[in-house]
Design a protein around this ligand. Structure first.
Ligand SMILES: [Zn+2]
Length: 307
């Protein structure tokens, strides 16, 4: 059984067939999904979705959303973390971080929201789920400055081996997903193959970061083809990881699951109940309407890069 440590199940791309997407994930062997928030407006949405489906969630303000966030959103995050502190499905603060790839984002503003949210993680004793894009060193500097010792996950990790080792030294795991399925992803495939086994967790970042078999060219997308990713793709991505490591698929599932429970300790308490729901979902008829073709996802760059 697999854990998808990062899936934006609340994204609009899933509005047309979310129930079927969840049923396909369970049928494929995905036992647990962590749904990170991106802005104060979707705190309730991710919490309710997690409860409706037996999944987990994280609350935070994503770096790509800080331009329209305000100081009041930090207060709202603090309030939500306090209100739901006893909710076993609230497993982390996220998705937070820094994005230095998108040039239109104000660096100062990103840093402010990142550090304020690290302080909340420290105060609420929760791990963090980090968005890392050309920002590994600055993320590490923030973790050291705030003295966060609750660890978490560096999601869709794309830094160097040295940066990876620094995250591991601070108690983090690193998330690997669809990108490792592309032959041309040399650096990420090398990291996935060579990092210590205890570093690795699996994720889809669905609906973004499609694996190689869902990739469509710009021409195909212009003609209406979708390359929407979904959590049911995780076991196949995990099989690619197993091949890179020389593990059996079962070993890959077991090791990455164990790591996810260590990085996000509250997941451990959810395991048993989610497994029951999962086997029921596999045994019973798939709820909801038959899977419809997904809508065309947004700009190719955004879909390939993830949120
Ligand atoms: Zn994300």
């Amino acid at each position: 059984m697999w854990i998808d440590t990062h899936c934006h199940l609340d994204a609009g791309e899933f509005d047309i067939d979310r129930t079927a997407v969840v049923a396909r994930a369970r049928a494929a062997g995905v036992q647990q999904i962590v749904i990170p928030a991106v802005a104060a407006e979707n705190f309730d949405t991710v919490r309710l979705l997690a409860h409706a489906h037996g999944f987990a969630y994280a609350l935070g303000i994503h770096p790509l959303y800080v331009m329209r966030a305000t100081e009041a959103d930090i207060a709202a995050l603090d309030e939500a973390l306090t209100a739901h502190r006893d909710d076993p499905r609230l497993v982390a603060i996220g998705e937070i971080g820094l994005d230095f790839f998108v040039k239109s984002l104000d660096v100062q503003r990103q840093q402010w929201f990142y550090l304020e949210q690290l302080k909340l993680a420290r105060r609420h004793r929760l791990p963090v789920i980090l968005h890392v894009r050309r920002s590994a060193d600055q993320l590490l500097a923030g973790l050291r400055r705030i003295g966060l010792d609750t660890g978490g996950i560096g999601h869709a990790f794309n830094g160097s081996r040295q940066q990876a080792d620094a995250f591991l030294g601070l108690g983090f795991c690193l998330g690997f997903g669809g990108t490792l399925t592309f032959d041309r992803s040399l650096q990420i495939r090398r990291l996935a193959a060579e990092l210590p086994a205890e570093a690795l967790v699996t994720e889809t970042d669905a609906p973004d970061i499609p694996p190689q078999w869902l990739y469509r060219t710009a021409e195909e997308r212009a003609a209406g083809a979708s390359m929407r990713n979904e959590p049911g793709e995780l076991p196949r991505i995990g099989a690619d990881l197993a091949a890179l490591r020389g593990w059996s698929v079962d070993e890959a599932a077991r090791i990455t699951r164990h790591n996810a429970l260590r990085a996000l300790p509250r997941l451990a308490a959810l395991g048993a109940s989610a497994a029951v729901t999962g086997s029921e979902a596999v045994a019973g008829p798939a709820p909801g309407p038959a899977p419809a073709p997904g809508p065309v996802v947004g700009p190719a760059a955004a879909a390939a890069a993830g949120r």
